[in-house]
Design a protein around this ligand. Structure first.
Ligand code: RIB
Length: 329
């Protein structure tokens, strides 16, 4: 990979002159600049972002903390952030905190050392004191708190919608999966579903699932059919767990959707390819990421924020794990 020294040699100038040219710092004669640009193109030289940021005391680096990109929901978030940032000339450094406090704190420190000029965090610990003392702007994404600019989807409405669709399509022995209670996203959708089921005067069981992840999904699916073998409708805490329930339902011989209806939450790309394809509540993850990036860029540019907390709507995606149409009894 070409270095700044290679560019200087090819252009026949000093390294300092090349550095001034690529960082727009100090005078460079127009003819010299053309020689340098030509050398950069021919050598396909890419400036080192960290070195640039140290020289400029202002980088174009943005930090993004995610819980775990092995859950397909988070790459959708990240792609929305990256596309918006890239369009404005910023570059992303991504870290997986694995929902561990010490890893999250470590990434915050790493981003500071790498001279980032902004941070977006799909944090699991939004109230961390480290977020209060940052020297650069912050936006919380998906898992948020009232204290900082944030973007999330309307999880409460999503929980109500999932419950309403299941009841309207004829389920009466419903099992509601309560996701990891430490996350606001899980609490919101659970409360929405509970409120809807109470208002519909429908009895239901609750099973707590302490994780959203693939690693534990099969365990929750087996536990569900051991505890509630007669359930005819499941509101899952997310699509990953819903996929495991589909897999286990096949194994125990449950016909879907005739004997068992399932509604997930997220609408990750794979959900459309499951068999039967998963009906779910769609969170606009890509748009959430882009909105978070827009909020951060406004802060970096010193612009006033019309709104500090952006909530995007969710929608029911009907596929084949729910029966067609309304079944008002
Ligand atoms: O599937 C992962 C879950 O955690 C999503 O529902 C998202 O809201 C995140 O909080």
């Amino acid at each position: 990979m070409a270095t700044i020294k290679d560019v200087a040699k090819k252009a026949g100038v000093s390294v300092a002159t090349v550095s001034r040219a690529i960082n727009d710092k100090g005078y460079v004669h127009e003819d010299t600049r053309k020689l340098i640009d030509e050398a950069i193109r021919e050598l396909n030289y890419k400036p080192n972002e960290v070195a640039r940021s140290l020289f400029n005391k202002k980088s174009r680096l943005i930090g993004l903390i995610l819980p775990d990109i092995r859950n397909p929901f988070f790459p959708e978030l990240a792609r929305g952030v990256e596309d918006e940032m890239q369009a404005h000339g910023f570059r992303l450094i991504i870290g997986n905190a694995d929902e561990q406090l010490d890893k999250e704190i470590d990434y915050i420190e790493t981003f500071k050392l790498n001279n980032v000029i902004g941070l977006i965090s799909a944090s699991t610990n939004a109230v961390l004191s480290q977020y209060k003392s940052l020297s650069f702007p912050l936006v919380l994404l998906d898992r948020t708190s009232e204290e900082h600019p944030s973007v999330h989807a309307d999880g409460y409405a999503g929980g109500r919608l999932a419950a309403r669709e299941l009841v309207n399509r004829g389920s009466s022995r419903i099992t509601l999966l309560k996701g990891p209670v430490e996350f606001q996203t899980a609490r919101d959708r659970f409360k929405g579903a509970v409120d809807e089921l109470y208002s519909a005067n429908v009895e239901f069981d609750v099973m707590t699932t302490a994780s959203f992840a693939f690693q534990e999904a099969e365990y929750w699916a087996k536990e569900l059919f051991e505890k509630y073998p007669d359930t005819d409708g499941v509101i899952a805490s997310n699509d990953v767990v819903a996929a495991a329930i589909i897999h286990e339902a096949h194994r125990v011989g449950k016909k879907m959707p005739e004997e068992l209806q399932i509604i997930g939450f997220d609408d990750i790309p794979f959900s459309q390819f499951l068999y039967p394809a998963l009906s779910t509540i769609r969170q606009p993850a890509y748009d959430m990421g882009r909105e978070a990036a827009k909020l951060l860029i406004k802060q970096i540019n010193g612009e006033k924020l019309e709104s500090k907390r952006i909530q995007l709507p969710v929608q029911f995606i009907e596929r084949q794990t729910t029966r067609k149409g309304d079944h008002h009894d």
